[in-house]
Design a protein around this ligand. Structure first.
Ligand code: G3P
Length: 218
């Protein structure tokens, strides 16, 4: 399973990349705003900066909602760097644009997916990735992980090549449950990835090994 980090924070992206387990990055307009990245030129440069840190798929989201402008924006984003994935919202014009990009060989990530029907439409349009938002479904008392399982079954039934990119992952159990189901990718904060490392028996075991070594070796 691939690990993408869901942030526009260059320090966190660098830390995750240095860990050696990072496969890509996802961003969205809210994450860019959170880092104070505003203005078209600065936003585009920030995507290039991220591409220069991580050699893997980097999702860059369009802000247009009509077909013609999604195409213009997406083509400009795709020209920034070969690793850019054009992130397009799950709306009617978005699905049409994903089909267009697919035919042009431009990779896409269909975002804001909250149902199996939406995921089916994204796959039929040829999206490279589909992003179901696990945490935001959990937030409204709906089974986010259950949606990942449902999409996995549907895609496997027909051999759709669209990769399931479980998004809005919030904590380590989301990552483990996604891995059990067979999600192709998860994207989440650095904290969720780092939490996978932790176990109290690892900490106490290591402390004992080191103190026993010290006793025998000074
Ligand atoms: O980038 C999309 C998604 O991962 C957002 O997550 O935590 O804002 O629901 P969150």
């Amino acid at each position: 399973m691939k690990f993408f980090i869901d942030t526009a924070n260059l320090a966190e992206i660098t830390e995750a990349a240095n860990l050696g387990v990072l496969d890509g990055v996802t961003t969205n307009p809210s994450l860019m705003a959170k880092e104070g990245i505003t203005g078209k030129d600065r936003i585009l440069q920030h995507y290039v900066d991220i591409c220069n840190i991580v050699d893997g798929p980097i999702s860059a989201e369009v802000i247009s909602t009509d077909f013609e402008n999604i195409i213009l924006e997406g083509e400009a984003l795709a020209q920034l760097h070969p690793n850019i994935i054009v992130k397009v919202p799950m709306i009617k014009d978005g699905v049409r644009a994903i089909k267009y990009f697919t035919e042009k060989g431009i990779k896409t990530n269909c975002t804001l997916v909250f149902s199996a029907g939406q995921a089916l439409m994204a796959a039929k349009a040829g999206a490279t990735y589909v992003s179901p938002f696990v945490g935001r479904l959990d937030d409204i008392s709906t089974d986010g992980i259950g949606l990942i399982a449902q999409i996995r079954k549907i895609y496997d039934n027909y051999g759709y090549k669209t990769q399931i990119l479980a998004a809005s992952v919030r904590h380590p159990m989301h990552i483990i449950q996604c891995a059990e189901i067979g999600s192709d990718v998860i994207t989440g904060p650095l904290s969720a990835m780092l939490a996978l490392l932790n176990h109290p028996l690892t900490d106490s075991g290591l402390a004992k090994f080191l103190s026993d070594y010290k006793k025998g070796n000074g």
